[in-house]
Write a protein that binds this ligand. Structure first.
Ligand SMILES: [Zn+2]
Length: 352
């Protein structure tokens, strides 16, 4: 009945528009996208437009992997094409990397706001002016909350930690250096240093920690196949192990690649939760690009009997991150992030 009414109304509107000589409702055209810091916790993005009117159901938002995608129906990019027409004000420059607008379909425009740092994850939007009486320019207002500033606090274990077995797997080792940074820092040394520091913290938190290696060695033997080496690591986990965490550094041919990513095996629900907590805690260190929580079929994850995650602490091939990864202080912070994620895994609900 309601549907029928709506249809009749649409029909009436069409007739009125036809009489008025208008073929269809006019699309809005974007006139600018402006990002600024609203307060210490919030980045506000204003997408202004004219020429047509947009309604709440014309707007869809999605925030993932550090990109806020705003899709607008009945809107065209207008002069906000690509990067021109967008503005990132000084207070927002530490958080917003770039803004891109483009037409994705007839009458559908996508605006993508790329963030440099971590966000809390929820986006609120409103449409201005709220009423006709308001003489404001028409715009869509989006508020994004920054992630809480780094809490340099150690989360110690709760009562759920006792008897839990955590396997830490420092990636590479011995004959396999892993990736090597521009000044020669090796992935195998960073993964080991961070894992040893995490072992100390986790042991203090009450866990039983098993290391796949504690020195610079091949876990199986030098020169064996990758599968043999990786299986030797998986085999270090006792049958009743609770978590398996493999620690690595990322590498790319282009030295500008940067940021943190964490992995879980496809469809591994508990592994995904572990990877997400590790990602959140690593991002708390601040200033890191979030490359996201991803599914992949890495050997140690698909062959582990318990929930498993592989973490890429940062890019050893990026000069800035290589320096961080090699520093004792930063390694301690990374270890703390691993410790905190494990503690949250066992003490923050969602566990059967
Ligand atoms: Zn690696």
């Amino acid at each position: 009945m309601i549907l029928l009414k709506k249809c009749l109304m649409c029909f009436a509107v069409l007739i009125i528009m036809a009489i008025a000589g208008t073929a269809s409702a006019k699309s809005a055209e974007l006139t600018g996208v402006n990002a600024f810091e609203l307060d210490s916790e919030t980045i506000r993005i204003e997408i202004s437009y004219d020429g047509g009117k947009l309604y709440a159901n014309d707007v869809t938002t999605d925030l993932s992997s550090g990109i806020l995608r705003v899709e607008l129906d009945n809107a065209l990019p207008g002069r906000v094409n690509r990067i021109s027409g967008t503005k990132i004000q000084s207070g927002a420059k530490d958080f917003v990397e770039k803004i891109i607008a483009n037409k994705i379909k007839t009458n559908r425009t996508s605006v993508q706001i790329h963030f440099k740092s971590s966000l809390e994850g929820n986006v609120n939007f409103s449409l201005e002016p709220a009423s006709r009486a308001d003489k404001k320019d028409a715009c869509i207002v989006l508020d994004v909350k920054k992630a809480p500033a780094q809490k340099n606090e150690l989360i110690l274990g709760g009562s759920n930690n006792i008897n839990k077995i955590i396997v830490l797997d420092p990636g590479h080792g011995g004959s396999d250096a892993g990736a090597i940074g521009p000044t020669g820092v090796t992935e195998k040394s960073v993964s080991l240093a961070v894992s040893l520091k995490a072992q100390k913290l986790l042991t203090a938190s009450g866990y039983n920690v098993i290391m796949t290696r504690t020195t610079d060695i091949d876990v199986a033997a030098p020169g064996v196949s990758d599968a043999t080496e990786l299986q030797a690591r998986v085999d270090k986990a006792p049958p009743n192990a609770d978590l398996f965490i493999s620690v690595h550094c990322n590498a790319f041919s282009n030295g500008s690649a940067n940021g943190v990513e964490t992995y879980h095996a496809p469809t591994a629900v508990k592994g995904e939760r572990l990877a997400r907590l590790l990602n959140e805690e690593l991002l708390r260190l601040g200033g890191l690009n979030n490359r996201g929580v991803k599914a992949a079929r890495f050997y140690v994850m698909t062959h582990s009997k318990c929930p498993a995650s592989l973490i890429e602490l940062g890019f050893i091939t990026n000069p800035r991150e290589e320096k961080l990864l090699a520093s004792n202080d930063y390694q301690q912070k990374l270890a703390q992030a691993i410790n905190n994620a494990v503690n949250r895994y066992f003490n923050q609900g969602g566990i059967d």
